[in-house]
Design a protein around this ligand. Structure first.
Ligand SMILES: Cc1cc2nc3c(=O)[nH]c(=O)nc-3n(C[C@H](O)[C@H](O)[C@H](O)COP(=O)(O)O)c2cc1C
Length: 220
């Protein structure tokens, strides 16, 4: 145990009834989360985005390496560049790169290559994963990077929803253009592009159904 120090940890005393109530309320809250593709330009305060990112930063990570970085993009010119590059990639994807099966699977979502929301929302959060750190020019590998960053993104989406905002998990692949536009160091790789804001007037979402408990869980 050399090199580590420990501190006491406990949670506030709680009854079993309260545990059930809180788990139910959280589920009720989270099941109304939806991906939105039609946003308003209503502003969101910096402090709100800070809190959301701080929440994402509470996620567990392999060997506590916290292999993530979050870029908040508000600048209109930078967003114009991101939209232009994203639409270029999406155009290619929708017109030849994606398989017929993939396009069929996307049909119910009504997605298209045009991404106006990239310039409309008050902010984009671009999540980068860090496969390694550069310490004095020496590569130090991180562990379970995809798993760790995936968890942080889950926390991020939950925090956005809990704040009363909406988001889209967006992957205009390949996403290398994000490293270039945002001038990120070589040890950061783009992971997700997440527009955040309020839903636009008349916003509609696909009528999707989630799998039942029996379909997603097995008790032993
Ligand atoms: C890894 C990942 C990548 C995604 N990429 C895109 C995307 O590029 N464009 C898009 O419109 N939606 C994208 N989505 C959103 C999914 O389509 C959406 O989560 C799914 O249809 C379920 O809808 P819901 O989020 O409203 O529950 C992505 C979701 C995930 C988890």
């Amino acid at each position: 145990m050399s090199g580590s120090s420990f501190i006491p940890y406990s949670r506030p005393a709680i009854t079993d009834e309260k545990v059930l109530e809180q788990s139910t309320l959280f589920y009720i809250q989270m099941k109304t989360r939806r991906s939105v593709r039609h946003f308003s330009d209503r502003p969101v305060a910096d402090e709100v985005l800070d809190n959301i990112i701080l929440t994402a930063g509470t996620a567990p990570s392999g060997a506590h390496k916290q292999p993530w970085h979050f870029c908040v993009v508000r600048d209109p010119e930078t967003r114009r560049k991101i939209r232009e590059a994203a639409e270029k990639e999406e155009y290619e994807s929708y017109n030849g790169r994606m398989t017929e099966e993939w396009l069929r699977d996307l049909q119910p979502l009504g997605t298209v290559w045009q991404k106006p929301f990239l310039e409309i929302t008050p902010a984009l959060i671009v999540v980068f994963r860090k496969p390694y750190e550069l310490v004095d020019g020496v590569k130090k590998n991180n562990y379970y990077v995809n798993e760790s960053v995936g968890l942080a993104c889950g926390f991020l989406l939950a925090a956005i929803h809990q704040a009363g905002l909406v988001s889209l998990t967006h992957t205009p692949s390949p996403m290398n253009f994000l490293s270039k536009v945002l001038n990120r160091p070589e040890n950061e790789k783009p992971h997700l592009l997440i527009p955040v804001g309020h839903p636009g007037d008349g916003c509609e979402i696909p009528d999707l159904h989630r799998k039942s408990l029996n379909e997603i869980a097995t008790r032993y």
